[in-house]
Structure formats: C-alpha cells, structure tokens
Design a protein around this ligand. Structure first.
Ligand code: 13P
Length: 273
C-alpha cells in the first residue's frame, strides 16, 4: 500500500511519503521549501495623504494585467497607515510600517506601539533599517526587542542587516552580518520573519551590489537561520533596470525598494518584472 500525504503550510510544502512494506512502516520524508517572494517599498519620510492616494491610483492601474509573482508590501510613514489600510482593502498589496516601539504602551513620547500598528492594519514592519541604526542609535539589542514586539502582535518584521563600505573594504562583511543576526534573533520566532540584506553603501547611491555577491551573502544569511524557508530580500538601489537580474538569483526572494518605490510607474515596473 502506498499513501501520499501532502500537508501545506504558509509557504513550506512538506511532503511525507509513507510506505507499507511487509507489515513494517517505513517513512520517507521529503521537505521541499518554496519560499515566498516579497517585493516591498520603503517610502521612508515621503508623501502626504494626497500624494499617497495619487500614487495608489496610478499603481493599481498599472498592476491590473499582471500575474502575481510576489506579494507586494508598502511600508509607509505612520501618518499614512490609516488612509492606506482603507484604500488597500481587498487587494494584493499589504501594508507595512517602518518602525515599532518595543513596549506595548508607556511614557515614550513620540513612539508608536505594536498594538497601535495592529489597530491600523499593518501586517509588516521594517526593523533595524540602517537609517534607524545610524541616525537614531538603534543597536542590535534594541532591534531584537523590536522584532520580538512585532511578533508578539503578529506583525511580520522585515529585519534589515548590512555592512558599511568601510566594513566591506576591510573584508568584514560575513563577520558583521553574522553578528547582527546572532544578536537580533535571540528568542525570535523564525516562522514569522523576513530578512532584508541591505548593504549600506548601496542604499540611495545608485551603486547596486553585484547580484552574484548579493546572492552569496544571502546564502550566508540563510546558513545562519534555522528556518530555511525564510524570505530573504535584497535592498539597495533596486530599479526597473536591475530587478530581473536580481530576481533570477536563486537565494534572493524579493527586494526592499527605497527611491524607486516612490514613483508608481517605476514601482509597478519592478513589481511586473
Ligand atoms: P534605495 O532603493 O533608495 O537604495 O533604498 C533602499 C532602502 O533603504 C530600502 O529600505
């Protein structure tokens, strides 16, 4: 007798084949991981409400005839979450924030908590972006607490890691990335996580990381995580011109796009790659 049991979870497809042979059971487990692709835009500190609605109307027109190759996420300023959560309703576009506080509430003037983000229907949140680390003093420990806070509220963190030019030139890329991961992933549920490799020297500079190199580093990141099904994106000067080449790399599961996500035409070209 031959029984094939297929169990489908969110994006990992474990296939278990159970063999009955001379009254003995032999189990052959074959795990096939199909990783979810995610194309996310990070608007950073851009756009008023009117500009966001204008963006969305043009984007939606340009996505009308495309096949869904990847999930789309828009990580917008806090001030746009409420508006966009109503406008995105029912579409294939998910909503993300760009920051979260580690505490659920308290005396933290100017901060936004996970429960506030849930209230505004944010499904994703960027954590540990290099701009937060550089300008707002976020350490790996703080990043770790923020990832845990997001997961507590069932918001999927997009954890950013990446090296500076100086660290790359000193041959320290692997060491830097491994340390960031080790410290950021303490007590983290790897079943509810996205990682973005964003080399800092490639952000906003037009100097994209060589795709083979980005693929290599993302392979190293995957070696560090226990859940091999995690979506790992590349970020740093992604444009309509380089998206196809980036997406053909076997380790790269999507992109985190800054500047080119601000224009609905260039972002739709990236989504329709
Ligand atoms: P750019 O695409 O503008 O280089 O920004 C990348 C980024 O920081 C995404 O989070």
């Amino acid at each position: 007798m031959f029984i094939l049991v297929i169990k489908i979870t969110s994006h990992i497809y474990p296939i278990q084949i159970k063999l009955n042979f001379i009254k003995q059971y032999y189990y052959l487990s074959l795990i096939i991981t199909v990783r979810k692709k995610i194309i996310a835009g990070n608007w950073k500190m851009h756009k008023t409400q009117a500009e966001a609605l204008e963006f969305l109307s043009v984007l939606k027109l340009n996505l009308a005839n495309t096949t869904e190759k990847a999930d789309i996420v828009l990580c917008v300023p806090f001030t746009l979450l409420s508006l966009l959560s109503k406008s995105l309703h029912g579409g294939n576009i998910h909503l993300g924030a760009q920051n979260i506080h580690w505490a659920n509430e308290g005396a933290f003037t100017g901060e936004i908590s996970g429960s506030m983000l849930v209230d505004l229907n944010a499904n994703y949140v960027i954590v540990g972006h290099s701009e937060r680390r550089q300008y707002f003093g976020e350490t790996d420990k703080i990043v770790n607490e923020k990832v845990i806070a997001a997961q507590y509220h069932k918001i999927k963190p997009i954890l950013c890691v990446g090296e500076t030019k100086k660290q790359r030139d000193a041959g320290e890329v692997e060491k830097v990335i491994v340390k960031q991961l080790e410290q950021s992933l303490v007590n983290v549920d790897q079943g509810n996580l996205v990682i973005a490799y964003e080399p800092i020297w490639a952000i906003g500079t037009g100097e994209t990381c060589n795709v083979l190199e980005a693929n290599r580093i993302i392979g190293i990141i995957r070696e560090q995580v226990t859940n091999k099904g995690i979506t790992i994106q590349y970020g740093g000067s992604v444009t309509p011109k380089n998206i196809s080449e980036i997406m053909t790399q076997p380790n790269i599961d999507g992109v985190l796009v800054g500047g080119a996500s601000l224009n609905p035409l260039s972002f739709s070209e990236i989504i329709n790659y």
